[in-house]
Design a protein around this ligand. Sequence first.
Ligand code: ATP
Ligand code: MG
Length: 364
Amino acid sequence: MSGITLSGVTKRFGDTIAVDDVSLTVDDHELLVLLGPSGCGKSTLLRMIAGLEEMTAGEIRIGDRVVNDVEPKDRDLAMVFQSYALYPHMTVRANIEFPLRSRKVPKDQRALQVAEAAEMLDLTDYLDRKPSQLSGGQRQRVALARAVVRRPAAFLMDEPLSNLDAKLRAATRIELVELQRRLEATIVYVTHDQVEAMTMGHRVAILDRGVLQQLGSPQEVYDRPANLFVARFIGTPPMNTVRGRLETAGGTPVVRIGADGVELPGAAAAAAAADGLLEIVLGVRPEHVEIVTDGTPGALTATVEVVEHLGHEQHVVGRLGDGQLVTVRQGSHLPAPPAKSSVRLAVRVEHAHCFDPETGARLG
Ligand SMILES: Nc1ncnc2c1ncn2[C@@H]1O[C@H](COP(=O)(O)OP(=O)(O)OP(=O)(O)O)[C@@H](O)[C@H]1O
Ligand SMILES: [Mg+2]
């Protein structure tokens, strides 16, 4: 049993609250991603799990053992950092073997475990080289092999792929997912890259300014963001979020944006009414906005600012009458409207999200 449970974990550095009352459970054999912008407290949280940083308050359990007062070396965790931290004067073999030596594992067994870890990470042919004779991706794999070799209860990884170029990063991402599956490892993985989080994580914990915003599967946080922060953080291009006044038109709740009105999903309208809100933020992903012909009711009028061509798709950025921007994502087979032309944008209401403009909380 190697799940990890955090209860009320808090870290203050003087007046800065780096981690604010975080409670969550990492399940046994789970790859849980900690995601959030720079400075949100990801590394601090990971370092507290590792025992490298003292907590201001809270409790951490690994398996069924409270580890608050357990030394880092006795927590049975392996950490992998962004900097590979390999010993430059040692061969790849010696680097991988190092944690076994310091645990006084007998020689024969060491050789066996090193061979196995090297095989797993495709390093067998490089065992006699020095780190300086390897590529960045190979060095990263040595760091992973060194973590894997001693089969810890769980792995803690802090942006381990961020020194790699985009292509190698994507390839290593897939290798890591495979490795996790093969080892049935429990992994806490820190990143600020949402693509990494969405593709690798069984679940994703999103942090902002030290506070846990949402914890769910990648699909859950994408489909039902708990608040405006998560809505804007997950998804590329980001979700459109436009502010408007709540009104009723012929008995139907609408959000009035400039001269246009967009019908509201019933549950959100009811929640907004119950909270007595006069304004709301309407959230709609770029793939749920469509350029429609003139005269379509319930659409927004916009002026095309720019069209970005990405080859497989295009992003049309329009500016509404009141200055707010809305991005449309559409297939590259569709005609791109010319810059400065006027377009009508229809929102697929069944996919719209509504948020409280003051608290940012999801409505309905
Ligand atoms: N030793 C320290 N002393 C004072 N403040 C610190 C210390 N370590 C971290 N902080 C502050 O705590 C907050 C969280 O830092 P942390 O390194 O955990 O962020 P992060 O999410 O890992 O960011 P990044 O993505 O840039 O690595 C930041 O505001 C940071 O300035
Ligand atoms: Mg960090």
